[in-house]
Design a protein around this ligand. Structure first.
Ligand code: ADP
Length: 238
């Protein structure tokens, strides 16, 4: 369970996030959706303990992440690409992450298979495409077989096959009872996979619920998304 309550963080006097509340439950995929600059990364940084909020709380299993003793067993997060050194191979990177978290090396091959990087495991990360880097970041997040999985824009750089693969992965994680929180700026990428969608715009939550709940009062999901967030349905990157 992830519980974010009244979280605020300001840069200067207006940018950042304001009074953000969000709950992600076990067994469900929760999508955190909003256009670029809406405040998704700021929220994730605070949740992951990479920055300090001005006020409010962000708890994972009832605790601040920085206070969890062995976080990778509890929380797997992919944030800002893979974070791997460009000169290392994917396998070496994952072995290093596994070793520093007391995770057996046998798990490295399992996650490489899970994310479809088996054949590219010996390649240097600097030679990876954006999509391969995303897969590596996800592999590292899943190393500890965590109960909570947090993925930041995981479909960035993936081709349609990769996007389909992510959907299947997210559903299977949720079916296994895990709490899955995933950010996106593309409504079409989450509408068929998310049980619960939280919409953020200009640092504030503007609506949350299931797809039918979000659409209520609008002709279709695209219009609802556009009018509630000011973002374009396809996202500005396409
Ligand atoms: P998103 O992840 O949804 O694209 P962000 O959380 O990165 O959005 O940004 C939310 C707002 O906060 C934006 O207006 C952005 O410019 C601002 N912001 C984010 N990080 C910083 C920072 N380190 N310093 C100043 N402003 C920031």
């Amino acid at each position: 369970m992830i519980e974010i309550r009244n979280l605020s963080k300001h840069y200067g006097n207006k940018d950042g996030i304001d009074d953000v509340s969000l709950t992600a439950e076990p067994g469900k995929v929760t999508a955190f959706l909003g256009p670029n600059g809406a405040g998704k990364s700021t929220t994730f940084r605070l949740l992951l303990g990479l920055d300090r909020q001005d006020s409010g709380s962000a708890l994972v299993e009832g605790m601040e992440l920085r206070k969890l003793a062995a976080p990778l067993w509890t929380v797997g997060a992919q944030f800002d690409g893979s974070g791997a050194h460009k000169g290392r191979t994917a396998k070496a990177h994952l072995r290093w992450v596994a070793q520093s978290n007391g995770i057996p090396h046998s798990r490295v091959q399992e996650v490489l298979d899970l994310v479809g990087l088996r054949d590219a495991a010996g390649k240097r990360v600097g030679k990876y495409s954006l999509g391969m880097g995303q897969r590596l970041g996800i592999a590292a997040a899943l190393l500890g077989d965590p109960r909570i999985v947090i993925l930041d824009e995981p479909t960035n750089g993936l081709d349609p096959d990769g996007i389909r693969w992510i959907r299947t992965l997210l559903r299977s994680l949720a079916s296994a009872g895990k709490t899955v929180l995933v950010s996106s700026h593309l409504i079409h990428e989450v509408e068929h996979v998310a049980d619960h969608i939280v919409l953020i715009s200009q640092g504030r939550i503007v609506r949350s619920g299931t797809v039918p709940e979000l659409v209520a009062g609008y002709p279709d999901l695209e219009t609802a998304y556009f009018e509630l967030t000011g973002g374009t349905p396809a996202g500005s990157s396409l």
